[in-house]
Every structure is written in C-alpha cells, then in structure tokens.
Design a protein around this ligand. Structure first.
Ligand SMILES: C=C1C[C@]23C[C@@]1(O)CC[C@H]2[C@@]12CC[C@H](O)[C@@](C)(C(=O)O1)[C@H]2[C@@H]3C(=O)O
Ligand SMILES: O=C(O)CCC(=O)C(=O)O
Ligand SMILES: [Fe+2]
Length: 338
C-alpha cells in the first residue's frame, strides 16, 4: 500500500552521512520535533455574507478577505457553500484510491501519466524528501473521463463547488486590488484547474522528514480541505506557526500568481506539512489556475514583476526543481527595471 519510503529514507540518510564524512557542507535542519511551534487559529471568515448579507455586511466581508490575504496570505472560510456530503464523499473516495497497492497506484491509468507522485524524485538529502503521496490531477482528466466512476464523479462535484467558491473569492480580491474581476471567468475555467489528493502516511522519523516540504503554491488561489489530524504550518511574521484544524472550515491560501497580479499586495506564503509518527493524514486541494497561455500582467505603473505567461512560470519551476532540487518561484520574475 505505502510507497517505499523506508528505502528512500535509508538511501538519503546514507548520502547525508557520506557527504558529512567527505566534508560536503550540510545545511543544518531547520526543524525538529523539539522545536515548539505555536498553534493558532487562522482568521475565520463567514463568506455566506457575500451572498445573503446586506450591503454593509458584504463590504465588511470583502474587507476581511482582502485584509487576511494581505496580512496572512491564508484564511479559513465557513458557510462556504461546499456541501458536507460532497466533502465526505471526496474523503471516502480518496481513502479508497490510496488503499490500493503501490504498484497499482504508480501504474494507474485512472489519470494522465505523472499524476501519481510520491516522495520527492529530485531529493538528494532528507530535508528535500516529502513523506507523502498524491494524485495531482489536471481537471481535463476528469472532464474527458468516459468511464463514469464514483471517484471521477465525486472529483467533478468537488471541483464544480470549489470553482464557484474560488470565483467568488478571486473576484472580491480583484475588486479590492483595482484589477479586472472578469479575468477569472475568462482565464481560469474548469479545465485549466487542478485537483490534488494528498495522503501523509505515518512517519517513524517525524523530526527528520517533512510530510510536504516548504513551498508556495504556483496558482492564483488554493482551496484546501483537510482532516482533523493537523500538521499544516505556515510562515507568519518570519516565524513558522501551526494551523489549528477547524472541522467547519476550508482553508484558502493565496498563490504566486495572485501575488504577482496584485503587485505584491496579496501574499503567497510559504507553507509545509509536518509528519505524524502514528496517524495518517489526508487533504484535498483545488488549485485555481489559468490556461497556459494566460499572461499575468498587473495594472500598476510600477510593476514589481515582469509580465509572464503561466506556461513560462510552470516551465521555470519544473526546470529549477530538476536542476536545483527546489522551486525558486516568483523571485525569478522580479522586474529589474526598478
Ligand atoms: C519539489 C517540489 C515540487 C513542488 C515544488 C517543490 O519545490 C516543493 C513542493 C511541490 C509543490 C507541492 C504543491 C503543488 O502541487 C506544487 C505545484 C507547488 O507549488 O509546490 C508542487 C511543485 C511542483 O510539482 O512543481
Ligand atoms: O496537506 C496540506 O495541508 C497542504 C497541502 C499543500 O500545501 C499542497 O498540496 O499544495
Ligand atoms: Fe501548498
């Protein structure tokens, strides 16, 4: 069932020891179970006010969304419109698909090639290993799927309800940053988005390995549905903090594209997932992405980033991960004219 994490752990540990013996400089671990990370409740926003609220309530809600996106890059939404039924079904289907034998998952033809991922193929040391497996699925795989399984129909429902929420939030954020809110319905259609099912198996060495290594998301915004195990952490005011799970809420985070498009107003914040020694954890993410040809162009007279297409951005991320072992991301696109 589990991918061969123990084997890869041993190989990377061996590399680390031999590198130390050969005096290859090692970057010290930046985390350990003994390091205390404060657990906090992210800002909670009742988004039903956007639909049912009076004018004043709606404005207040919009301001809360914009403020959390500027100050945290992360927030939680309640009364979000995604039905409990769809969320529960999604989780059941996800558990079922990950229960399949590793061989079956890695050769799975359910989704396009490369959708099933585990660990970090480019890792050269333990710090770069993610102790998790995922199905990172382009929505085109679901829409074009002809064998209507419960998995694909559940993913389709999850995506369509997430899409409605994502449009609503993205349009508020566009309005509050003086950008065109029509951009999203024109450029981020169902088939350009991604759905990612994550599973974090228990890890016997939680102080040495991440569940998911630190990263920012390469999208406009992410909607995350997580279980109650906990483990998600993010940077706030230069410190790692742990997110307290809230069963009623979905987590929203700003991705790289929104940071560039809003000229740095909204923050794409680094986050990571810690492992748990005894309990497995599941999460599902909906990534709101534009088409590969869409150009990320901010309307400011003094743009911090040069214009770039989503294709260019993805290619650069993939190239960096392959060559350097990590994602450089937005700093690659800084506008050096200013
Ligand atoms: C090795 C990596 C692949 C990844 C960027 C990273 O440096 C670390 C995490 C990975 C991740 C996880 C969430 C998203 O699926 C993703 C697109 C992202 O932004 O960070 C992937 C990156 C990727 O697959 O390119
Ligand atoms: O599982 C989580 O809590 C976070 C997942 C995540 O960051 C991602 O899939 O990009
Ligand atoms: Fe992420």
């Amino acid at each position: 069932m589990d991918p061969p994490f123990n084997e890869i752990y041993k190989t990377l540990l061996y590399n680390q020891i031999t590198n130390t013996e050969r005096d290859v400089p090692e970057i010290p671990f930046s985390f350990s179970v003994t390091a205390v990370v404060e657990e906090v409740e992210l800002p909670v926003i009742d988004v039903s006010r956007l639909i049912h609220g009076a004018e004043k309530e709606r404005e207040k809600c919009k301001e809360e969304i914009a403020r959390a996106s500027r100050e945290w890059g992360f927030f939680q939404v309640i009364n979000h419109g995604i039905s409990m039924d769809v969320l529960e079904k999604m989780r059941q289907e996800q558990i079922r698909v990950f229960r399949e034998p590793f061989d079956k998952k890695s050769k799975s033809e359910k989704f396009s090639a490369g959708s099933y991922r585990w660990g970090t193929p480019s890792a050269t040391c333990l710090r770069q290993l993610s102790w998790s497996e995922a199905f990172h699925v382009p929505m085109t795989d679901i829409s074009n799927n002809k064998d209507f399984t419960t998995l694909s129909s559940t993913m389709e429902k999850f995506a369509s309800e997430s899409e409605a929420l994502a449009y609503m939030l993205a349009e508020v954020l566009a309005e509050k940053s003086g950008q065109k809110s029509s951009f999203f319905k024109e450029n981020c259609v169902r088939n350009t988005c991604y759905l990612r099912m994550n599973r974090y198996p228990p890890c016997p060495k939680p102080s040495e390995v991440y569940g998911l290594m630190p990263h920012t998301d390469s999208d406009f915004l992410t909607i995350l549905y997580q279980d109650q195990v906990g483990g998600l952490q993010l940077i706030k005011d230069d410190r790692w903090i742990a997110v307290k799970p809230n069963p009623r809420a979905l987590i929203i985070n700003i991705g790289d594209l929104f940071q560039a498009w809003s000229n740095g107003m909204y923050k794409s914040v680094e986050h990571r997932v810690m492992t748990n020694p005894t309990v497995e954890r599941f999460s599902t993410a909906y990534f709101m992405c534009p088409s590969y040809d869409a150009v990320i162009e901010c309307s400011s007279d003094c743009p911090a980033y040069r214009n770039f297409s989503f294709r260019e951005f993805r290619q650069q991320v993939q190239e960096d991960v392959k060559k350097l072992g990590f994602k450089v991301g937005l700093p690659r696109f800084l506008n050096h004219l200013y």
